[in-house]
Design a protein around this ligand. Structure first.
Ligand SMILES: *Cc1c(COP(=O)(O)O)cnc(C)c1O
Length: 236
């Protein structure tokens, strides 16, 4: 991989945005229905700034410690932050109010802690529920059956708004092999939407990364999380 330079990042952003538009078109979806979340783990503030100038507006971070100084560096910029990594309960208090969306709520306990801390802060926190759609033993996320079982409890949390689902499907070399998982996540969202619970919306499906975001868009993704295709391979 070439060392990162501003031109490469600008080209990366433009190329991903262009491919998102064509995938929307191919899927017969209106332009702008899919939003790009740049996965910025290990990427420096300087490189993120270049990507923001090139047109990015949603940044996704995985680790609280790494995210806090970056968020502080962009308080004057028109950007929104999403949390996309595993969130420890003891860190919840420090993230309330900083992230427009916590995409990676993977347990009822975590949802309750978010709700408690959001209430303390006098805020509403938007979240997605992370689903382990491939039922992989080592992966974070609700088991697909557990999410259906737990959601009525989460629907009662008064300072947490559930906006949809997120998943990281099993890693495959061929993007098309992820398609059945994306479909399953969409079906699960429809099943949950049919429960018609107050304060539970299934508007967002966060699925698709660098190697398979176009397939995810064909299957209904509204948020794609892309790192490598914008910033190049990570070295750490
Ligand atoms: C790193 C990361 C991505 C982006 O992965 P790429 O393959 O680099 O596009 C997406 N989602 C999550 C949760 C990540 O941690």
């Amino acid at each position: 991989m070439e060392p990162l330079n501003p031109e490469a990042i600008t080209k990366g952003v433009q190329s991903v945005l262009t491919k998102i538009r064509s995938a929307e078109e191919k899927a017969g979806r209106p332009a702008g229905t899919v939003r790009l979340v740049a996965a910025t783990k290990t990427v420096t503030v300087e490189h993120i700034a270049g990507a923001v100038r090139a047109g990015l507006s949603i940044l996704g971070e995985n680790r609280v410690q790494e995210a806090l100084p970056k968020i502080a560096a962009f308080t004057q910029a028109p950007v929104h932050w999403h949390f996309i990594g595993q969130l420890q309960r003891r860190k919840v208090r420090s993230v309330i109010g900083l992230f427009d969306l916590i995409q990676s709520v993977d347990s009822l306990d975590l949802a309750r802690e978010i709700d408690r801390r959001a209430e303390e802060a006098g805020r509403q926190q938007n979240v997605l529920l992370e689903v382990n759609i491939g039922r992989e033993p080592t992966k974070a996320g609700f088991h697909p059956d557990d999410v259906v079982r737990s959601i009525p409890m989460m629907a009662q949390l008064s300072h947490t708004c559930i906006k949809g689902l997120m998943t990281i499907p099993p890693l495959t070399a061929d993007p098309d092999s992820a398609r059945p998982y994306f479909r399953q996540l969409r079906d699960l969202a429809q099943q949950i939407a049919a429960l018609d619970l107050p304060a539970v919306r299934m508007d967002e499906l966060s699925m698709g990364m660098s190697n398979d975001y176009e397939v995810a868009i064909e299957e209904g993704a509204t948020l794609v999380r892309v790192g490598t295709a914008i910033f190049g391979a990570r070295h750490v």
